[in-house]
Design a protein. Structure first.
Length: 263
């Protein structure tokens, strides 16, 4: 185990733990999956109801609410040494409340595809699984080399990536999803403004010359009937996109790159 301290996304410093000595509650679905893939399932004592992968492992882990509506009393009873958060998915008041009784509230905030490497290494060092983290880094780099090359070969029209309807909402250029799509060689349309997940009108999008629409399966649960209706309305191609593959970081990012290469 390394003796160096570990720094999270907001500059908090955490001491490394020996493998198996931590009690981890994850409030981020993709980080729950990553913890399991790093061989730390036995250290996972709590998760959200949205933490559904890998199903056979997490089904026995107690739920502590959602990513936003966290049950602090349930977490307190689990006596975690660490709670894993993400700036986009969890709210600061929750983080502040957790910090009152959890020794280590670990904050993540990957904004680019390659930021996953830092998350792998952080958890590897923090939880005493450096070898497993390095193996994941190596797999990531192998797939990324093919992914980046495939992106240079794409000649596709700008697309709108939709995450919600009523109102329609998309992603800004600064989001992880946008970087994932750009890294795959796709051009993504973003409305003007500084909001990370802005509302928009189809009139503005069509005037900008977009040629394709992706309806993500999360957080809004777009279905094939939404695809059919919007395609008839707009007169341009509309498709359903696997939201987990496009937006989940952690170990799922590797599967996400493979998914986007196949599309």
């Amino acid at each position: 185990m390394s003796s160096a301290f570990c720094t999270d996304a907001i500059g908090q410093i955490h001491p490394p733990f020996a493998k198996g000595s931590a009690r981890i509650v994850s409030l981020v679905p993709s980080l729950t999956e990553l913890i399991v893939d790093l061989g730390l399932a036995d250290s996972l004592v709590g998760r959200t109801g949205f933490c559904i992968h890998p199903q056979e492992v997490v089904k026995t882990i107690p739920k502590v609410g959602g990513t936003k509506d966290v049950n602090l009393d349930k977490i307190r009873k689990l006596a975690p040494t660490h709670v894993l958060l993400n700036i986009d998915e969890n709210e600061k008041p929750v983080a502040d409340a957790l910090a009152q009784f959890v020794p280590h509230v670990v904050v993540t905030h990957p904004l680019t595809l390659r930021d996953n490497l830092d998350v792998y290494r952080l958890f590897g060092q923090l939880f005493g699984v450096e070898a497993a983290a390095q193996a994941l880094c190596d797999e990531f780099e192998t797939v990324y080399a093919r992914f980046a090359q495939s992106g240079t070969e794409k000649q596709q029209p700008p697309l709108v990536y939709c995450i919600w309807k009523d109102p329609w909402m998309t992603i800004s250029a600064s989001t992880y999803i946008a970087d994932m799509l750009r890294s795959s060689g796709r051009t993504v349309w973003h409305p003007a403004g500084e909001q990370r997940y802005p509302a928009f009108s189809w009139e503005d999008a069509l005037q900008a010359g977009v040629g394709e629409v992706w309806l993500s399966t999360e957080p809004y649960r777009f279905q094939p009937e939404h695809v059919e209706a919007l395609a008839a309305q707009l007169g341009i191609p509309v498709r359903l996109a696997d939201g987990e593959m496009c937006s989940w970081y952690g170990s799922r990012a590797i599967a996400g790159m493979r998914y986007l290469m196949s599309e």
